[in-house]
Design a binder for this molecule. Sequence first.
Ligand code: AMP
Ligand code: FE
Ligand code: FE
Ligand code: ZN
Length: 284
Amino acid sequence: MAIGDFHTHSTHSDGRLTPAQLAELAGRNGLQVMALSDHDNTAGLDEMAAALHARGIRLVPAVELSTDIPGSEVHVLGYCMDTADPSFQRVLERFREGRIGRGMRMIEKLRGLGLDVSWERVQEIAGDASVGRPHVALHLLERGYVSSVAEAFDRYIGRNGPAYAEREKLTPVQAIEVINSAGGMAVMAHPHLTPDHEAILAELAQHGLAGMEVYYRDLDDGEVRRLLAIAERLKLLPTGGSDFHGLGNPGEREPGRIPLPDEAVERILERGARCAQPFVAVPA
Ligand code: AMP
Ligand code: FE
Ligand code: FE
Ligand code: ZN
């Protein structure tokens, strides 16, 4: 069990636990520091900071941005930026809006395939979260069209699925610039899931990328060592997290149940201390 977790999602994006429920789980799992990294949204940070503070846990502010490269995606995590920065928030707002149009197009495609689904219901499931494909998947699940979230991706809304729709995304370099301009540090999320990640990391390291996830979820020793060697060669900060969503996906790990060593946590916090907002202040 790790003392830190730098990648989690709440009901403010596609996670199924509220910040308060996530904080409770973090407390049970003995975490000392944690990041909330909702997709395109920082609205959960204040609630999370207060709920974690009550358990003696510190919150690192974070966000996860999806970016496009030809044929694939790169997710960029931003840490410790000034989340009040207006141009940073304008970017997040634009991407949350893009998610709405994209969600409506996916529902149209699903209806075109003869499925009885509705955008209104997806919105109900998402609440005020930045809406994502998992919300569509949950709707398909409740209607009995699939028996798991993963199956919804496999059959309908995965990148090559018949109901997939695109939305406007940044390039990875643009995402790094957005995070760095707000005084944060940019980290490539789950690089092992992107084909050719070694070449991509080398390129992004030239464009202001600060780190990469190495100690991710349930990665085994061999994979961690392989990624760590890349991080060392490119002088990237090795980070790690569970990417916990509470969606019951295969391989899902609870916050802190990850192979992240204490020394790596120390290094992440040392590097974060140079950023605009190393920890979220607890709201009065
Ligand atoms: P979106 O941001 O709307 O494109 O949706 C991407 C999110 O869907 C990811 O952050 C994961 O939470 C989830 N996801 C992506 N691929 C899968 C999959 N194959 N099975 C289950 N969940 C997935
Ligand atoms: Fe997600
Ligand atoms: Fe991701
Ligand atoms: Zn994530």
